[in-house]
Design a protein around this ligand. Structure first.
Ligand code: MN
Ligand code: MN
Length: 467
């Protein structure tokens, strides 16, 4: 039997776009590097279940890697490593390159907020001797997925005297946890007939927080009083302090290896902390790049990137201006010459639901970083649509660095859509391309990624920083 390829086979190899499993393309020793990277990534997930916690842990990692808080006006030299935290919720980091900032910067922009259940400003009530917190969901979540799962409570209570009380309940092994009830199947005849998006109304997402009455009291809300008494004992807060609090219920799951072959990671908040960690880990290892490298970890992406800590905030422009000013560079010139990889997750092709995907243009699990020329919905609406030249540049960078990548759309054109922070960078006159890790069950309490895709996205961002 001949081993030689036929002319047709050779021609196919030469002419066709043929993405391959990233697992098959790993070099010697890369499997170990991948596992080490993913173990660190799981820790990043476990220690950052809100954007505030994620920002805090980012600063800890950055400082232990030689970064310092940027002082406005200080001279900056090649190799300097600086960061700025925006209101505790967003972090911008930079490693100063050997070239001037008039040559532009290489940016990786991702977000560290994730869908969750925020407590309402007046959340605590009692109904039939059960105490609850009312919630207002944050981001595009499917409400039916958030009932009957274990929940933790994370956040801060800002006091009138300026103190900030940190709340974290459920993280420790012996902490209590929380949940939201749902109907038993025996009595769900009517609910089961409802459309999936109507079966659980937002006002039913009430978190169970107590059921025992305050001893020795005759009032009508003894369970609520008991709960408030516990909170007052532990945190020194009263009911009015909820008004100036940001408390969120997040899934009480730890990040875990998933699958018998341990090839995947299952965790809450991988959108978009998987790309945030890729951008951060790559930056922390940089020495002195040619162009200054910038890692942007934004807040509020899941609700439109508005607000002081979102990607649309001028905080980013101010950071770039503060990097430019010591060298007398116009920030507008810097941005015009800059390049951004908008690193956010994309939908992984799900073989259980092939009808919502267009397979030729879908990201496959295990096939590496997914590039998206455009996102948006209803005919690219809301997309920045990277130019062909920008995509070509990224193809060159990734191929030169042996990064497994694949070209993808989110799903079928008429099925829906979504956006990222890409357009807000592009609107600033920065060439921007979307790229990120394919995810199964995106926005659910427990999202799944492939380890090799996580690792390849880290390698891809590293190559962009180093270009
Ligand atoms: Mn995202
Ligand atoms: Mn999202």
């Amino acid at each position: 039997m001949s081993e030689e390829k036929t002319p047709g086979e050779l021609r196919r190899e030469e002419l066709y776009y043929n993405p391959k499993s990233a697992w098959d393309g790993l070099a010697d020793g890369e499997k170990e590097a991948l596992e080490t990277y993913c173990a660190d990534y799981r820790k990043f997930l476990d220690l950052g279940k809100t954007e505030r916690e994620c920002a805090d842990y980012t600063v800890r990692l950055a400082e232990s890697s030689g970064f310092r808080s940027l002082v406005r006006g200080e001279p900056l030299n090649p190799g300097d490593k600086v960061y700025r935290v925006n209101r505790g919720k967003s972090v911008m980091l930079a490693v100063i390159g050997s070239e001037g900032l008039d040559k532009g910067v290489n940016i990786a922009a991702s977000h560290i907020d994730s869908p969750r259940l925020d407590l309402k400003p007046n959340p605590l009530y009692e109904s039939d001797e059960i105490a609850y917190f009312k919630t207002h969901y944050y981001g595009g979540l499917r409400k039916y997925q958030w009932v009957t799962i274990p929940l933790e409570l994370h956040g801060v209570v800002a006091m009138k005297d300026g103190r900030s009380v940190q709340v974290c309940i459920g993280e420790e092994e012996n902490d209590p946890i929380f949940t939201i009830s749902d109907l038993l199947p025996h009595l769900a005849k009517d609910q089961s007939k409802k459309a999936l998006n109507e079966a659980i109304p937002a006002e039913n997402l009430n978190i169970l927080v107590g059921s025992s009455p305050m001893p020795g009291d005759e009032g009508t809300d003894r369970v609520k009083l008991q709960v408030m008494d516990i909170l007052n004992e532990k945190y020194g807060i009263t009911e009015a302090d909820f008004i100036s609090a940001e408390l969120s219920a997040v899934p009480a799951f730890r990040a875990r290896d998933l699958g018998l072959d341990r090839s995947m990671i299952g965790a809450y908040g991988q959108d978009d902390r998987v790309c945030a960690y890729a951008g951060l880990a790559a930056l922390l290892q940089l020495e002195t790049p040619r162009r200054t490298a910038v890692c942007m970890l934004a807040d509020k992406e899941e609700i439109g990137s508005d607000g002081v800590s979102g990607m649309q905030s001028e905080a980013f422009d101010t950071f770039i201006a503060d990097l430019c000013r010591p060298g007398g560079i116009d920030p507008a010139v810097c941005m015009e010459q800059s390049f951004c990889l908008s690193t956010d997750v994309t939908a992984a092709y799900d073989p259980t639901y092939p009808e919502v995907f267009e397979k030729r243009n879908s990201a496959l699990m295990g096939y590496g970083m997914g590039l998206c020329k455009y996102t948006g919905s209803g005919g690219k609406s809301g997309a920045s649509d990277a130019s062909a030249e920008v995509v070509a540049r990224v193809r060159r960078i990734l191929d030169d660095a042996d990064v497994a990548w694949q070209m993808a759309e989110l799903g079928r054109t008429d099925q829906g859509g979504g956006g990222t922070v890409a357009l807000y960078l592009a609107n600033r006159n920065i060439d921007t391309l979307d790229a990120g890790v394919p995810v199964l069950s995106m926005h659910s309490p427990f999202e799944t990624t492939s380890k090799v895709d996580c690792y390849m996205t880290y390698k891809g961002v590293r190559a962009v920083y180093s270009d």
